[in-house]
Design a protein around this ligand. Structure first.
Ligand SMILES: [Zn+2]
Length: 235
């Protein structure tokens, strides 16, 4: 394959030459060292988010946290879109690999599963794959935790969250949209719940609520990128 299609950097398009502008691993990931060094990586202390911009009084899971390591800026915006709308799995593989490398390994938790936010069947059929699953594969591999995409299912089709500006509309759009597949017993599980982009957090929050309801002990959200700047305040 390399012979027929020489590898080029997915960001700048330059030919990848090991020892010159990339290492073997970067060549495999299809990115040059220069583009990788300008990736909009968040500072380590700025990677944990409370899930909603405005936690509300009766929040059933008020302590829900989301970890995300990238700013939603170029070239991440372009790569996530390319993955999602042009089936460019290699973009997801790169970002998933970075997430796997950076995800904190020293948390005092044993994870039972990485669970991607599921797409509705309708959307999965049109797209052919779930972008959260592509990211999750690499993350799961890096932290040696199984990825179990069949645990959480969509119970109904929802409009794309990006169509709503109003956080209340986002909440009601995803309300009741998820269920735990009845053949799974997730009692006591510690779960990493994965999505591609963190916006209001409504989707992750609703899915986490359902996982808790089904007996999960701990659910932590993970997203590749966010445009949000507000970070978790120390209490
Ligand atoms: Zn490049």
């Amino acid at each position: 394959m390399t012979f027929l299609f020489p590898s080029v950097c997915m960001v700048c398009g330059h030919l990848l030459v090991v020892g010159d502008n990339c290492s073997e691993q970067l060549k495999e990931l299809q990115i040059c060292v220069r583009c990788l060094s300008t990736f909009p990586v968040r500072l380590e202390k700025e990677r944990w988010f409370p899930c909603l911009s405005n936690p509300y009084e009766t929040d059933p899971i008020p302590d829900f946290k989301v970890w995300t390591m990238l700013h939603y800026r170029t070239p991440v915006t372009m790569l996530l879109r390319r993955m999602k709308f042009h089936s460019a799995h290699y973009c997801g593989t790169l970002i998933g690999t970075l997430m796997g490398r950076e995800f904190p390994k020293d948390l005092p938790v044993t994870w039972q599963a990485v669970i991607p936010i599921p797409l509705s069947e309708k959307r999965r059929e049109t797209r052919g794959f779930n972008q959260a699953e592509v990211l999750g594969e690499k993350l799961a591999e890096a932290i040696s935790v199984p990825m179990l995409p069949e645990v959480l299912v969509r119970t109904r089709h929802t409009s794309q969250q990006s169509r709503f500006q109003d956080p209340l509309q986002r909440d009601s759009n995803v309300s009741g949209a998820f269920a735990v597949e009845s053949s799974w017993d997730i009692s006591g599980w510690n779960i990493l719940l994965l999505d591609d982009i963190l916006t209001s957090g409504a989707t992750l929050h609703e899915a986490a609520r359902v996982l808790y309801q089904a007996g999960a002990a701990l659910v932590v959200g993970v997203a590749a990128a966010t445009h949000r700047e507000r970070i978790e305040k120390a209490h």
